[in-house]
Every structure is written in C-alpha cells, then in structure tokens.
Ligand binder design. Sequence first.
Ligand SMILES: *Cc1c(COP(=O)(O)O)cnc(C)c1O
Length: 423
Amino acid sequence: MTIYQSFLPAAGTLDGVDLPTLAAHLPTPFYAYSASAIRNRVTQLQQALKGLDARLCFAVKANSNIGVLNLMAGLGVGADIVSLGELRRAQRAGIAASRIVFSGVGKTEEEIAAALVAGVWRFNLESADELALLQAVARRQGVIARAAVRVNPDVDARTHAKISTGKAENKFGVGFDEARIWFDDAARYPNVRLDGLHAHIGSQILELAPFEEALGRLATFWRELRDDGHIIESIDVGGGLGVCYRAGTDRPLAVADYVAAIRRGLEGYRGRIVLEPGRHLVAEAGVLVTRVIRVKHGQERDFLVLDAAMNDLMRPALYDAWHDMHPLHAEPRPLQRYDVVGPVCETGDTFARDRQLPRCEAGDLLLIAGAGAYGASMGSNYNSRPLPAEVLLDGGRYAVVRRRQSFEQMLAGEQLPQAWHAA
Ligand SMILES: *Cc1c(COP(=O)(O)O)cnc(C)c1O
C-alpha cells in the first residue's frame, strides 16, 4: 500500500538542517530545498514504473536551479524544456541532451536550430507551422529530427484555469484530426521522424479521472495509428500530478494509483513511456524562509509584513494559491489572524488573507511551505528587489546553489544612453 508522503518540516528543521541557524548565515528571504525529499519523490516514481520502458523528464520550468537539475541528473532523470535558456541550464547541470524533450508553443527558428545542434532527444510539436519549421531547419542541418505531436485531448483537468492546458480552447497542442493529417502526410517531412505522441493536460491535478480520460484518448489514437501502420516509439503523458499545499485539505493522488492508471490506460503499448513531472518532484521539498519586518495594525486587520514578496513567490498573487505557513519561533504563542503581505507596492502582494497563525513579532522567522516548484523559477526583480538565495539541504548539511543577487548584478546590462543611433 502506498500513502501520499508529505515533507512539511517539523520543529523548524528541514532535511536535518535547523532553519533558524541557516537564517543566521544567510540573508532572508531565501529558498531551501530538501535533496532527500526530492530524491524520495524521484525514486518512489521510478519504483512504481518498474517493468515499463519509462523515462522521467523533469519539467525544468518548475525549478530551474542548476543545483536541483544536477540532483535530477544524478538520479537518471532527464529534462522537459521550453526554451533555449532551459536547455543551457539542463546541459550546465549535466543532463545529457539525449534525455531532453523540447516542448512549448513558441519555439523559434533559433531555438530549434540550437536544440538540434545540441542533439535533444525529441521535439514535442504543437502546430503545423512548427512541424514545417522543424523540417526546414533539420534539412538545412542535414539531420533527421525526432518529434512527437502534442495532442490536445480536450479534457477538463479540473484545476485552476490558469494552469489548465488540455481543453480545446487552450493554446496547447493540436486536435486528433489535425495530428492524424501530420502522420498521413509524413512523406512531406522527410527530415522529421514523427514517431511520438504527447499530451499534457494541466497542473496541480488532484483527481485520477482527468488523467484516465486523457490516457484513454491517447491510447485510442495510438491504436488507430498502429492499425494504419504508423510506428509510435514513445508516448509522453506529460506532468500535472498535484501536491499538498494545504495540509488536511489537499488530497494528492498516490503515485501508485497514478502509475496504475498509466499502465491500465496504455495497456498493450510496448514503446517508451515518457513522464514530465515538475511540481510533484519538488514543490513540497522546498520552503521560502522569510522574516517579519513589522506587524502593522491596520484599520480593520493586522498585517504581517514580510521581507519576502510577490516577486520572490508569485503563486498567491497569480493564482490565489494557498501556501501553509509556520513561524519558526520555538515557544508556543497564542493564535491571531493576519493578512500576510510583502513590501511590494501592489495589493496583490498578499500571501494570505485572514490567516490564523501563532502571534508574530518583528524579526521573527516564518516559513512558507510548498515553495519548491514555480517559486524561484518565476521570480522577478519587480520593485528592484534582488533575487533571493537558493540553498540545497541534504542530511544535516547545506550548500548554496544560488547566491542572493547583488545590486550590481541586478543592474548589469543596464546603462545610461552612451550613444544615440539613427534608425
Ligand atoms: C509545465 C509542464 C509540465 C510539468 O507540469 P507539472 O504540473 O509541474 O507536473 C510538463 N509538461 C509540459 C509540457 C509542461 O508545460
């Protein structure tokens, strides 16, 4: 039997590292990621997939720190990338190009050319235009590019609208009818070996049914293609596994149930199965450690003003996302309700409204949980705030995997007008 494992830190420690001690060494806010928790998630998924020809390609956009990617590389995990920048990161981290898939609706000619030169394993194509472009670029380079068609299975993932990707109205993938034409017209694309199917229906999915529906439609399409003599070497089932952001409320799927659904859905398929998990592998392994700047007693409520802001962790502002929070002070204190906010000049810079927390005071440390995915990777310099540090924790030790950005680094690339050019 498998149960869903959570990694919320207890008593101020994460992966054997005392976070208040760490905060004495590092400026807040900073991200801390538990290497053990990430390893656990990866090996649990690998175990569940035993016996299948399965390949894990971590969705780099979830956490693109090269320290984290290097951990993935060491576990035999490849990468799902969506830009040239992510390709460079994956390569810098030691992920072999032969384990990289390239997704995204807006791949440019430059990106396709560079990815081909690098030797990425396959392109997940999202439009006929992209297919034609891949053909042209591959022909110019005198190579055969491997590709999968990303189909849009028109399935409602029943998740937040901004992270739903598999409905017909979304910008991602193509319909089965169009995909069908690509295979039938394969002779028109001699430099593209189209032998894969791909679907990714959304993120933070907490139910099995949307996955089952999408797998069912993928399998039906695969059988049709097979019966017509098309060889499908890989089926990429995307990512999307949800995680627990709110203890006691969010009930993520057990990995065993998810993998059982893949086995059932793709029964009879003997090729390679690709998974592109992002959030599931890293979200709960990461926390954002922040300090209370002050408690502001407003006219209607009390505000906890943190030194972290929406530019560090955008999910609450972007998706109204809930993150559990835990003050790191040791002694028990009475509970109180706060609006937890950052210093950025936006009302949206709010981590939580009317949240009950043990009383906090200026200088107290607060941990924001579930911050390992779509946290640092979505960070920006808004309000001219330097990017925070990122730290990898592993069995009582820590290593800084990103130094906090300096003001000089933040300004690098900007200059006063040196010369004016006529245009
Ligand atoms: C974002 C993305 C993923 C990862 O999604 P998670 O919900 O983080 O698992 C996988 N595949 C593609 C194509 C994506 O765009």
